[in-house]
Design a protein around this ligand. Structure first.
Ligand code: SF4
Ligand code: SF4
Length: 452
């Protein structure tokens, strides 16, 4: 893209970094067809290329963007499908992040939007506050339609996102020792939403890894990864969250060298893997943040590096694998979950239009409920076409979002793997137990490669 910024303008690091990214765009438009917001809205301004133009205009003229431009920058899901498609390597994610940080400083959003954003930034990263909010939210749930009619769609979206029933308290230890010989030591960031909404994910993870000779530590003092604040454009708060986690994890790594930092929520995984970028200008943090990012792996990357020779059961169960955007496009982890599920005896089905987002996208389903619902319907229709018994996904956001409307049970990939390798059957899948054949196999952990 031809850009023409003055040397004076380029002294602003935000402008200089944005300009360098935009210059790589060759306007080919290939990203448009794979853009999750464009497929719903059909408006060029709701596509990556259109948004790059809007950002260029905002930066170049140093102008306060119009409400309409802010709207188009806000209705990007940050699903990063465009980055997978782009032949030119445009670093769209950092561009939109910088644009949103600038909007937060310069533009005035609608009052309702500003209120919702501050409520979300003040609630979601804090599990204790969320627990209380969930109790009140369940009471207010019958008012969802009334809020919608009053035009308060984000409040309605927030109420809808809350689970119908409270989850049980997580039943895993802060330190799960390896059963038998200890082969590896990993630290796990449990993820704020996992333990609130679906504690069985981390329970299955610790149980499976422990049986495989991997000790799992959940260090005290960890907090939210910062993704919620980051995507809401609250850069300073996101940096604060990241610094706290880097302090805790690097101290632990100094005391007991870790083989990996493990994440079971791919939205959080993408964030930790980006700590090197987020903290690059923070004194005393750049190197440590890069080390933490390097050590961070999705749970399926860790498992894929362990040879599991024999599952203890086999089945004809068909699993539609839903590749969460943060895992597929954000972390480029595509092969491991599919291959682990197949090796564990499940028939893995590919979902048509798998690259398009389900509409969850962090706080997107709350802030943009209309587009989010359209994407959810599209996703579930595509899943129905392959007629699965189960849907598996690697991110709690997608699981929670799709569960609201899906008749097919949805579980985390790790819950299926834990079941196949001798662990508990997930409670939603009890009706499938008769389709399981037990095998008298012995699970052997023979090696642990470098993570891919
Ligand atoms: S991140 Fe997703 S919604 Fe945003 S421009 Fe890229 S493909 Fe479209
Ligand atoms: S695919 Fe990449 S280079 Fe092409 S228009 Fe989209 S962002 Fe620009």
């Amino acid at each position: 893209m031809k850009t023409s910024y003055s040397p004076e303008q380029l002294k602003d690091p935000l402008v200089a970094q944005s300009e360098a990214i935009m210059r790589k765009c060759v306007h080919c438009g290939l990203c448009t067809a794979t853009c999750s917001s464009y497929v719903i809205l059909g408006d060029e301004r709701a596509s990556p290329r259109g948004r790059i133009y809007l950002i260029n205009r905002m930066m170049k003229n140093n102008e306060n963007p119009s409400r309409s431009s802010v709207g188009f920058l806000d209705n990007c899901l940050t699903c990063l499908s465009c980055m997978t498609t782009c032949p030119s390597g445009v670093d769209y994610v950092h561009l939109i992040d910088m644009a949103r940080a600038r909007i937060n400083k310069k533009a005035r959003r609608k009052l309702s939007s500003r209120l919702t954003r501050s409520v979300l930034a003040g609630l979601l990263p804090y599990p204790a506050r969320m627990k209380t909010a969930m109790k009140f939210g369940r009471l207010a749930r019958p008012l969802t339609r009334s809020f919608e009619k009053l035009g308060l769609t984000s409040i309605a979206g927030l109420l809808e996102a809350l689970p119908q029933k409270p989850a049980h308290s997580p039943r895993y230890e802060k330190r799960s020792p390896a059963k038998g010989k200890k082969l590896k030591l990993v630290a796990m960031l449990p993820g704020c939403a996992n333990d609130l909404l679906r504690p069985s994910i981390n329970e299955a993870t610790t149980a499976l890894l422990s049986r495989m000779g991997v000790e799992v530590i959940v260090p005290s003092g960890l907090g939210c990864c910062g993704a919620i604040e980051h995507h809401l454009g609250e850069q300073e708060k996101a940096i604060r969250s990241a610094r706290r986690n880097v302090d805790v994890l690097s101290k632990l790594h100094d005391e007991q060298p870790l083989d990996a930092i493990l994440i079971t929520a791919s939205g959080c995984g993408s964030m930790l893997k980006d700590y090197a970028h987020l903290l690059r200008n923070e004194e005393g943090y750049a190197k440590r943040a890069a080390d933490i990012a390097e050590l961070t792996h999705d749970v399926t990357q860790v498992l894929d590096a362990i040879t599991m020779l024999a599952p203890t059961q086999w089945s004809d169960i068909k699993v539609a694998y839903h590749g969460a955007c943060s895992l597929e496009h954000g972390q480029k982890v595509t092969k491991q979950p599919r291959s682990l599920l197949s090796k564990a005896g499940y028939t893995v089905l590919e979902v048509p239009e798998g690259h398009i987002c389900c509409g969850s996208a962090g706080t997107f389903s709350i802030m943009q409920p209309v587009i989010s619902k359209a994407l959810l319907t599209r996703k579930l229709n595509n899943i129905d076409k392959v007629e699965p018994d189960i849907i598996a996904a690697g991110n709690i956001g997608c699981i929670n979002h799709m569960t609201k409307k899906s008749d097919i049970p949805i579980v985390h990939t790790i819950e299926l793997l834990n079941w196949a390798y001798g662990g508990e059957c997930p409670r939603e899948l009890k009706h499938l137990e008769s389709r399981i054949q037990k095998i008298s196999g012995v699970m052997v952990v023979s090696r642990m490669d470098e993570y891919q």
